[in-house]
Design a protein around this ligand. Structure first.
Ligand code: XMP
Ligand code: MG
Length: 184
């Protein structure tokens, strides 16, 4: 991974242009945390972060939430390289009892909606008191599976992005801002 002064990053064979700076991301995530504080302050919500991409967002989001909360992680996957593979793999890692809990699902990006559609149905079967979904990014023109997403950081074009937890072939998760693929 290399960065240059033109606000581009290069990862393996691809180049990406800055879309949201670290400061813009911080401001938006703090606003989402404040909004969630309004609705969930006294509910001891259980944040469920979908691994791997959402772990950076989740760690900032829970620190922007002012109140008691818990966090858990699940592993799902539908992506290979820069394209959705079509299958959502089974849920792993959810050990908590969800019955009667106020769940806040934390996702890095909603693309087709397949992952969240699958996971939302899976959660609902376990009798939570409520399910609220927060996605850092969403690609509105890529949606194929309707899923309720109550809070969105940024709606973006249907182009591949990296940074702030999102990767290209495993790399780029540690970039503090968000960068969009430059299509040649
Ligand atoms: P679906 O199609 O299920 O996809 O909504 C959601 C998952 O796909 C991954 N994804 C991306 N990862 N840059 C990435 O690094 C992207 O532009 C991108 N679009 C989708 C992501 O893991 C998300 O959870
Ligand atoms: Mg993900």
């Amino acid at each position: 991974m290399t960065t240059n002064p033109n606000d581009q990053v290069h990862i393996r064979d691809l180049s990406f242009q800055l879309l949201y700076s670290e400061a813009m991301v911080r401001e938006r995530v703090n606003a989402l945390g404040a909004a969630l504080t309004e609705t969930h302050k006294n509910l001891n919500p259980l944040f469920i972060s979908i691994l791997s991409g959402a772990f950076v967002f989740a760690s900032d989001l829970i620190r922007a939430f002012d109140g008691d909360c818990e966090i858990g992680f699940v592993k799902l996957s539908s992506y290979k390289g820069t394209r959705s593979s079509g299958d959502v793999q089974t849920v792993m890692g959810l050990e908590k009892d969800l019955k009667g809990r106020h769940i806040v699902v934390v996702e890095d990006i909603v693309d087709t909606g397949r992952t969240l559609h699958f996971f939302h149905n899976h959660l609902q079967e376990q009798g939570p008191a409520s399910i609220t979904t927060v996605a850092f990014l969403r690609k509105p023109s890529a949606i194929e599976f309707p899923v309720p997403v109550e809070y969105v950081g940024f709606d973006i074009e249907n182009k591949f992005v990296v940074g702030y937890g999102l990767d290209y072939d495993g790399l780029g998760r540690n970039i503090p801002g968000v960068y969009q693929l430059i299509e040649e």
